[in-house]
Ligand binder design. Structure first.
Ligand code: HEM
Length: 300
């Protein structure tokens, strides 16, 4: 089975993220249109070899059954919303998610136009965001993001379903975070570093004993009952307008369980009342669960 290239792609300079809802009664037509998507990804990748283009389409939890009634990934469920009020991670379902990435903005944008043409009259664009590499792959809070991501062959081992009818597919969770920059910038450097458990300028991980129980990297480093690391592949990128900025957070994994446990660990207080302090400084406005099937599945 051939995984869509955008799942395990190496980091790029530019991205567009498009979120659609399918118009009533149009699912069969959308399914037919999605059959042409693998060829579109290949055309753009081979047509602009210097751009390192990769594409990805993922199907929302709520639209899967109408698009593909014959079978459903057994673990595909709703986005695991967390918290309430100021410190919350809401669920905002979408039917389709497209991630178009390249080292050339124009090539990624050609991808956007092609997708818009493909779905014209069939689906409504509900949200769009342009992502970009900020400095040396930093988040807008100023910290390098992605350092502990799986590398090389581990990317596929973490991100892709390895057996059964959905081999080569991936469970995606996507959130649009808005940073509270004014609040973040009031923190002293050491307080910011404690929140991540890493140093800012040179991106050095704290020694384990020095990592606060509230540190983002501590709360997202989880193990299962057998002591194995529960990993995800993060494909997030910063976004920004003149007045707002944040992160489009994208998690790809062979199971939705790892992301779910991490998000719970970030938002829910443990027995001692600790939670991930990063959640005080950035707020997700969207959150949706998707499955990105293999190219063969899209063609079926
Ligand atoms: C705006 C939101 C977020 C920001 C700015 C952010 C930023 C960062 C940064 C700077 C690091 C340290 C460097 C690295 O290893 O990449 C990190 C690590 C990590 N983050 Fe996030 N993150 C965000 C949300 C999330 C969410 C929602 C999850 C999962 C539910 C998550 C999971 C992880 C994991 C698994 C690591 C690696 C931990 C380790 O092994 O050290 N992050 N993040």
């Amino acid at each position: 089975m051939t995984a869509q290239a955008g799942i395990c792609a190496e980091p790029n300079l530019h991205a567009y993220y498009l979120f659609f809802n399918i118009l009533p009664g149009r699912h069969a037509e959308v399914r037919n249109k999605l059959k042409t998507v693998p060829a579109l990804w290949r055309e753009l990748a081979s047509g602009f070899p210097d751009a390192a283009f990769s594409g990805l389409v993922a199907i929302g939890n709520e639209s899967w059954d109408e698009l593909y009634p014959q079978a459903r990934p057994s673990e595909l469920t709703a986005f695991p919303a967390q918290g309430e009020g100021e410190r919350s991670a809401p669920e905002t379902p979408f039917d389709l998610f497209f991630q178009l990435r390249a080292d050339r903005l124009d090539v990624a944008y050609i991808g956007v136009q092609r997708v818009m043409t493909l779905l014209a009259g069939l689906a409504e664009l509900k949200d769009e965001r342009q992502g970009f590499r900020y400095l040396d792959s930093r988040d807008m809070t100023g910290f390098v993001d992605g350092t502990e991501n799986p590398q090389g062959e581990d990317r596929a081992a973490v991100a892709l379903v390895a057996d059964g009818p959905f081999t080569g597919g991936s469970h995606l969770h996507v959130q649009r975070y808005h940073h509270r920059m004014a609040r973040w910038q009031k923190l002293a450097l050491k307080a910011q570093e404690d929140i991540y458990g890493r140093t800012k300028d040179d991106n050095i991980e704290y020694a384990s004993a020095d990592k606060p129980l509230t540190a983002h990297t501590r709360r997202t480093s989880l193990k299962d009952a057998e002591g194995r690391s529960m990993e995800i592949l993060r494909q997030s990128m910063p976004w920004g307008s003149a007045t707002e900025q944040g992160l489009v957070f994208v998690s790809c994994c062979r199971t939705p369980l790892h992301f779910t446990r991490m998000l719970e660990s970030m938002y829910q207080k443990d027995g001692d009342g600790h939670f991930d302090l990063l959640t005080l400084f950035t707020q997700p406005r969207t959150g949706a669960a998707f499955f990105a099937p293999s190219e063969e599945w899209l063609l079926s």
